[in-house]
Write a protein that binds this ligand. Structure first.
Ligand code: SF4
Length: 299
C-alpha cells in the first residue's frame, strides 16, 4: 500500500456539537460511508456533559462493524452510561480535561471504571494557559495507573487560540520531562514539534503532514476538512458524501499543496526531517502554506 497517496483515509476524526443536532438519516449515511471506505479508526469527540443523541446513534450503528472507535467524552458521562453496549467496535474511552485540578478529580472515577473490555485514558487539551502542566499530567497519570494519555490536535476557532511552544518554554518542559520515566505510558502526540519534546532522540515526521491523506476531519456542522487543524473545507456532509469527498478534485488539490514544502523552508537542512512541520498551524496563522510552521524556532 502506498501510504503517500491513499484512495481513502484510514482515520476519521468526528467532533459532535451539542448545539447542532444531526438528522439521524445523515448519520446513518455517514456511518455507511465509513464502512464502505473501510475506515480503520474513528475518533469521536463529544464534549457535552451528557452523551449527545448523535453520538449514541453513531455508536449504535457501528458497534458490530469492523471499525475501531475511540470516544472522547466529558467526565460526567462516565458513570451515566454502560459503554459495554457499544462493544466490540468501541476500543477506547478518553476523558477530556484541561487542568491538573480537573485531572485529579477524575482519576478515581477512571480507576473505578478500568476494565479489560476497552482502554480508558485521558485527552488533555493543551493551551497557552496549561502547557506547564505537561510534566505534572504525566506524573499524576503514572501515580494513578492511567496509561493512555492523548494530547489532541488543536481545533482552530473562537474558543481555541492556536498554541505552540517557544524555545524558552520548550526548554523548561523538556528539562522537567527528563526526570520522568514514561516508559509504561501510551502517549499520543500528533503535533510534530510537541512530539519531539517527548522523543528528543528520534524523528517521526518522515511522511510529513497527513491531512487529507491518511486522515480527514468531520466538524460539528458536518464540514469535512483534511484534519482538525486545517480549515480548508473539502465538502459538507449535508449535501455530499464522504466517498465523493475522498474522490474529489478538492482533496487531490489539497494533497498536492501539502506535498510541496513551504517556500520559506526550501534551503533548510532540517526539511527532510520535519517536512515543514504542521501545515495547518501555518495556514491558520499566516493564511498561506509557503511560510514556516511558527512552532519551528530552531532554524
Ligand atoms: S495540518 Fe498539522 S495537525 Fe493537521 S495533519 Fe497536517 S501536521 Fe497534522
Amino acid at each position: 500500500m502506498n501510504l503517500d497517496e491513499l484512495g481513502a483515509p484510514l482515520i476519521v476524526y468526528w467532533d459532535l456539537n451539542p448545539q447542532l443536532p444531526i438528522d439521524p438519516q445523515i448519520i446513518q449515511r455517514i456511518c455507511d460511508n465509513l464502512l464502505t471506505n473501510r475506515i480503520f479508526m474513528l475518533n469521536l469527540w463529544d464534549p457535552s456533559s451528557y452523551l449527545n443523541a448523535g453520538t449514541s446513534i453513531i455508536l449504535e450503528c457501528l458497534k458490530n462493524e469492523n471499525i475501531n472507535i475511540s470516544l472522547t467524552v466529558h467526565h460526567s458521562v462516565l458513570n451515566a452510561l454502560d459503554f459495554t453496549n457499544f462493544l466490540p467496535a468501541l476500543k477506547k474511552i478518553l476523558i477530556q480535561c484541561d487542568s491538573i485540578e480537573q485531572l485529579s478529580s477524575i482519576t478515581e472515577k477512571l480507576q473505578a471504571r478500568k476494565t479489560n473490555k476497552f482502554l480508558t485514558g485521558i485527552s488533555f487539551v493543551l493551551s497557552e494557559q496549561n502547557f506547564e502542566s505537561i510534566p505534572d499530567v504525566l506524573n499524576l497519570c503514572i501515580k494513578s495507573g492511567i496509561n493512555d494519555i492523548h494530547f489532541p490536535i488543536q481545533r482552530p476557532g473562537k474558543n481555541w487560540k492556536i498554541f505552540w511552544l517557544d524555545p524558552e518554554r520548550k526548554n523548561l518542559i523538556s528539562e522537567r520531562l527528563r526526570s520522568i520515566s514514561a516508559d509504561q505510558l501510551n502517549l499520543t502526540v500528533h503535533d510534530p514539534f510537541l512530539w519531539k519534546l517527548f522523543n528528543p532522540a528520534s524523528d517521526r515526521n518522515e511522511r510529513g503532514c497527513q491531512g487529507g491523506n491518511t486522515m480527514v476531519y468531520i466538524s460539528g456542522n458536518l464540514d469535512v476538512t483534511p484534519c482538525p487543524l486545517l480549515p480548508i473545507v473539502l465538502g459538507n456532509l449535508e449535501s455530499t458524501t464522504l466517498t465523493a469527498i475522498f474522490l474529489s478534485f478538492e482533496r487531490q488539490q489539497t494533497r498536492r499543496q501539502l506535498s510541496i514544502p513551504p517556500h520559506e523552508c526550501e534551503k533548510c537542512d532540517e526539511l527532510n526531517i520535519c517536512r515543514g512541520g504542521c501545515r495547518g498551524r501555518t495556514y491558520v496563522i499566516h493564511k498561506t502554506f509557503d511560510k514556516r510552521d511558527p512552532a519551528c524556532t530552531d532554524h
